[in-house]
Design a binder for this molecule. Structure first.
Ligand SMILES: O=P(O)(O)OC[C@H]1O[C@](O)(CO)[C@@H](O)[C@@H]1O
Length: 545
């Protein structure tokens, strides 16, 4: 299979990158006053401005040509029609079916999956309504007050991120707590103060074999049985999994199991029954609004021209910044507090999907693939790591995300928040040069000796690429839209880079080693089959625990 770097568009982009590396974004803005109009687009509820990325019309059309030569449209159609594009695991990739609000048939192995999706949504709806209305009662006849959602990775990050993002819409019917870390502190902290008789545990694990989740779930059962009889488990433990054999083995009745399918990847699963904690917290209708927002983006992704296709442009810019301009990190900077977990969520989304080193056919990729994703809420970041973003000697492209209307109206807070957002993207783009600093300091009465002493430290080179995403507000639909935009970005990145985005073999090595070492920790006098560092660490731990 030919490699992407053999494509004419790739080679043209390499030449453009060499030219554009010599360019200043502020000069490009000065030369072309219509730059914002040219390099921004919209879909309902979303303004996407990428004019502060280091591109020009020529390189943008080469990026579009790359998308065409990489057959993005054909791959997109394969995904939406249920073809097994996760070929290392021989699975379809159909998280889009979970939010297919048109209900049109989608076939996997000649079977329409929509009846399955709808059946599970109905089950979710009826269970959610029973629990929230108090019809579902615990073993002493009392309604549920607290939900403890146990799961990790894709079985935790999506639901928790959405729960946090939409907590302003919750009606206090139920509290939802998340437990993902096998460090007992987290479970103990959550359980502290809860009453077993009014607590519902949702154990979410696609495989139902993930060691951390199963350990937390077993400890939750142990805690529960201190206060309740064994047969009360049926009223207090439900599971979300594809593995009925394991859920049965664990002691959860089939009726209490919500299912998903092998064509739903863990990190793309919040739209499935993995979203149960969201529905319990906010009500089923709000959960459906999240699905609807994502469906709008699915429709946009399928129908918009490449030049106006937001997820595709996000992917092209990522490839441009990483593989051509050499920027190996990318910051995610949500200004809405509600989106504070977005960076963590996208770390899994992008890095578990595309942090890989071989092409579809298993050859080493000859270019850098995806960047390191990191970030936090913008305002907190400004007072922590933005120094690095402005003046560090590595350039980190950043996505700035904010909403036009705040979730909570409080005096001038939102104007102050948004002024920071606008100022930061402007400062990162334009920087401040020597001439300007000299003029400012002279105006402040500084002598030339005083100015010379600080001038180099005060220069901001600028030219730091950013994308600005403005949502109308952070509500259920907007959150659905935002996540789906990034999901399709990740899909396009994978195709553009020839990477199989939907497996995660890289996490298996550590898992296997951990379970072997876990056994060694319980044995005495083991001859550790490890390097001297690992053996030394294990023996220090055993001698001092
Ligand atoms: O839902 P499960 O099977 O417990 O897996 C949890 C997570 O573990 C991973 O396999 C990585 O360790 C993720 O891909 C997945 O989201």
């Amino acid at each position: 299979m030919s490699c992407r770097s053999d494509l004419s568009s790739w080679q043209a982009l390499e030449q453009s990158a060499t030219k554009l590396k010599q360019q200043q974004l502020k000069t490009l803005f000065a030369k072309d006053t219509s730059r914002f109009a040219k390099f921004s687009c919209q879909m309902p509820g979303v303004l996407f401005d990428y004019s502060k990325q280091l591109i020009d019309e020529e390189s943008f059309s080469q990026l579009i040509a790359l998308a065409e030569q990489a057959d993005i449209a054909a791959w997109r159609d394969k995904m939406f029609s249920g073809e097994k594009i996760n070929f290392t695991e021989n699975r379809a990739v159909l998280h889009v079916a979970l939010r297919n609000r048109s209900n049109s048939a989608i076939f996997v192995d000649d079977n329409d999956v929509m009846p399955l999706v709808n059946r599970e949504l109905d089950k979710l709806k009826s269970f959610t309504q029973k629990v929230r209305s108090g019809e579902w009662v615990g073993h002493t006849g009392k309604p549920v007050k607290n939900v403890v959602a146990i799961g990790v990775g894709g079985s935790n990050l999506g639901p928790q991120m959405v729960t946090e993002a939409l907590s302003n819409y919750a009606d206090n019917t139920l509290n939802v707590h998340y437990v993902s870390n096998v460090d007992g502190v987290q479970l103990a902290t959550v359980l502290d103060g809860l009453q077993a008789e009014t607590t519902l545990f949702v154990v979410s694990s696609k495989t139902f074999t993930t060691s951390e989740t199963m350990t937390n779930a077993r400890s939750a059962v142990k805690w529960f049985l201190e206060y309740a009889p064994q047969d009360a488990i049926a009223k207090h433990f439900v599971a979300v999994s594809t593995n009925l054999e394991k859920t049965r083995e664990f002691g959860i009745a089939d009726d209490n199991v919500f299912t998903m399918w092998d064509w739903v990847g863990g990190r793309f699963s919040l739209w499935s029954a993995i979203g149960l904690p969201i529905a319990l917290y906010l009500g089923f209708d709000k959960f459906v609004e999240v699905l609807e927002g994502a469906f709008e983006v699915d429709e946009h992704f399928k129908a918009a021209s490449f030049e106006n296709n937001i997820p595709l442009i996000m992917a092209l810019l990522s490839v441009w910044n990483t593989s051509f301009l050499g920027h190996t990190a990318q910051a995610i900077l949500p200004y809405d507090q509600a989106l504070h977990m977005l960076p963590a969520y996208l770390q899994q989304g992008e890095m578990e999907s595309n942090g890989k080193h071989v092409t579809f056919t298993g050859e080493p990729v000859p270019y850098t693939t995806v960047p390191l994703i990191w970030g936090m809420t913008g305002i907190n970041g400004q007072h922590a790591f933005y120094q690095y973003l402005h003046q560090g000697n590595n350039i980190v492209p950043a996505d700035f995300i904010a909403s036009v209307k705040p979730q909570v109206v409080m005096d001038k807070h939102h104007d102050i928040l948004l002024s920071n957002f606008f100022a930061q993207t402007e400062a990162m783009m334009s920087g401040v040069d020597e001439l300007q600093i000299r003029a400012d300091l002279t105006a402040k009465g500084k002598t030339s000796t005083q100015i010379d002493a600080v001038i180099a430290h005060k220069i901001h080179q600028g030219n730091r690429p950013t994308t600005s995403i403005l949502l109308d507000t952070v509500d259920a639909k907007a959150v659905g839209r935002l996540i789906a935009m990034y999901e399709h970005k990740i899909f396009c990145q994978g195709i553009l880079l020839q990477i199989c985005s939907f497996d995660q073999w890289g996490v298996e090595l550590g898992k296997g080693l951990a379970s072997a070492i876990e056994a060694e920790l319980t044995q005495n006098d083991v001859n550790y089959p490890h390097d001297s560092s690992t053996a030394g660490l294990i023996s220090y731990y055993k001698n001092n625990r």
